[in-house]
Write a protein that binds this ligand. Sequence first.
Ligand code: IMP
Ligand code: MG
Length: 189
Amino acid sequence: MDHMTKEEMRSGIKRIRITEEELQAAVRKAGAQLSAEYEGKPVLFVSILKGAFVFLADLVRAVDIPCEIGFMQAQSYFDGTESKGEVEIILDLAQDISKYHVVLVEDIIDTGRTLKLVAEKLRERHPLSLKIVTLLDKPSRRKVELEADMSLFTIDDWFVIGYGLDLGEYYRNLPYIAEYRIFDENEKN
Ligand code: IMP
Ligand code: MG
């Protein structure tokens, strides 16, 4: 995407769907729940870059037990609408996960295809346990069977931006979740 002006950035924001306050309240609650669930256990929070980096940063600050964090980045290839695909891990964890309870932290589950393949790859490494926590869930878009163990917000089929989520790499820095305004070439001036 060409460099965006501040004005263009503003006009892409159709409406705020989840405010900063709503995000923070839900993240605090999730952090408290996870703290109770994993107390006394070695836990590794794994964020899938780039979208989940903001959520992970807030989530771990809402957790008050000892924990470690790790990052992964995946590139997926799917042929058309088929649910079968390949996922390449382009950035892998440094940790040997067989010693950890792993919590996969995602920004959004859309078709579910990428996360399903990443979770399968991690299960092959035999973590003590594996759970999926997602900030947002768009169940109406699912193409494969995949359910998060914890989902903070279920949303309709909107294209959302902010709080880590992007459109062409922009908007990740918005402190809230907004619906993106898809431009009609005719109305753009
Ligand atoms: P999927 O579940 O394999 O289809 O892919 C999920 C990924 O697609 C997420 O991690 C996001 O990077 C991206 N994605 C899906 N829906 C949205 C959206 O509404 N806004 C921004 N990114 C999205
Ligand atoms: Mg993305």
